[in-house]
Design a protein around this ligand. Structure first.
Ligand code: P6P
Length: 333
């Protein structure tokens, strides 16, 4: 039984240029995940469910747990050091750690501290998503917006925590995808899923079909393809949509499947954010042998222009995403 800490140290050689900073940074994420997990597990009795009544930069009403998780991850990461700044779904602007230590730190982190948080009130799984880059601005200076606006191919680490029937931390450093399950009696994450690989084919599709009438024709065509009766290709596929990206992603990673959040008539860029939802999930998916596209291009090739920019997202088993891509190409994105 290898713990997350032991595994990270074992794999430290994957980062010849990192002198332990990433190990410390992943340790900070691990600690914050435990603190957030503890609060989520008692959300029904602590005065921490429901909304704050305040809208974030996304125009979404912030849940109390959104702010709790955001504060805990920010504080833990800042205390542990190693980053010069943080960008978060819950923060309008990026946060600069303008101290001697912060200015001389090599990394930035982008995160969605609690994705799918509206599910907490109904006791459905939620997650944290994180993405780490090496800064591009000079060491010794305050972090700049350019440090956050990097294409996904430049990511150094990406991962998520899924607060589900068990709490898992799944991450990649570009050397495979590895999953760790928390033993709640000890508060220790143990390696439970080494080198996770998504099947090339799957029979699960995840999408909010309530938006069907607003989807591009290519998406409608693909959904009908999923629903056709064709036993040799294991269709009709099964529709599974939790409304929590991390949970849908994690299930499809294990069983095979495709997750889609396309553009719609009312949301031409879709809903999901490129920097701290799609890029980290795309890094994980490609490392697990899957594909992540905006419908046409690799997510991780896109050059970001804004911190909170949205992007259509198609992610999952290689053959399923390619089928969807071909229909989008033929019938329209
Ligand atoms: P809809 C949660 O708000 C989220 O960002 C993802 O976790 C989830 O997959 C999606 O939005 C759900 O959005 O519009 O289907 O409710």
């Amino acid at each position: 039984m290898i713990t997350l800490g032991e595994f990270i140290v074992d794999k430290q050689d994957d980062f010849p240029e990192a002198s332990g900073e990433l190990t410390l940074l992943l340790g900070a994420i691990r600690l914050a995940a435990k603190v957030v997990n503890r609060e989520i597990n008692k959300a029904g009795i602590a005065d921490i469910i429901g909304s704050t009544g305040v809208e974030n930069v996304q125009g979404e009403v912030q849940q109390k747990m959104d702010l709790y998780a955001n504060d805990k991850f920010k504080a833990t990461i800042e205390a542990r050091g190693e980053v010069c700044g943080i960008a978060s779904e819950e923060e309008d602007e990026f946060i600069c750690f303008d101290t001697e230590r912060g200015r001389n730190s090599k990394y930035v982190i982008l995160m969605d501290p609690l994705d799918g948080s509206s599910n907490i009130d109904v006791n459905v799984s939620v997650g944290t998503i994180f993405s780490i880059y090496k800064r591009t601005s000079p060491l010794g200076t305050p972090v700049q917006l350019e440090d956050f606006l990097q294409p996904g191919d430049k990511q150094v680490v990406a991962g998520y925590v899924v607060y589900g029937s068990s709490t898992m931390l799944v991450y990649t450093t570009g050397n495979g995808v590895h999953g760790f399950t928390c033993d709640p009696s000890l508060g220790v994450f143990y390696l439970s899923h080494e080198n996770m690989q998504i099947p090339d084919n799957g029979s699960i599709y995840s999408i909010n079909e309530g938006n069907y009438l607003k989807f591009p024709l290519g998406v409608k065509k693909y959904l009908k393809y999923c629903q056709e009766i064709d036993p040799p290709t294991n269709r009709p596929y099964t529709s599974r949509y939790i409304g929590s990206l991390v949970s849908d992603f994690h299930r499809n990673l294990l069983k095979g499947g495709i997750y889609m959040y396309p553009s719609t008539a009312s949301a031409p860029k879709g809903k999901l954010r490129l920097l701290y939802e799609c890029n980290p999930m795309a890094f994980l998916m490609e490392q697990a042998g899957g594909i992540a596209l905006d419908g046409e291009k690799r997510i991780m090739e896109i050059n970001p222009t804004e911190l909170h920019q949205r992007i259509p997202f198609f992610c999952g088993s290689k053959n399923m995403v390619n089928d969807a891509r071909l229909m989008l190409e033929e019938h329209g994105y």
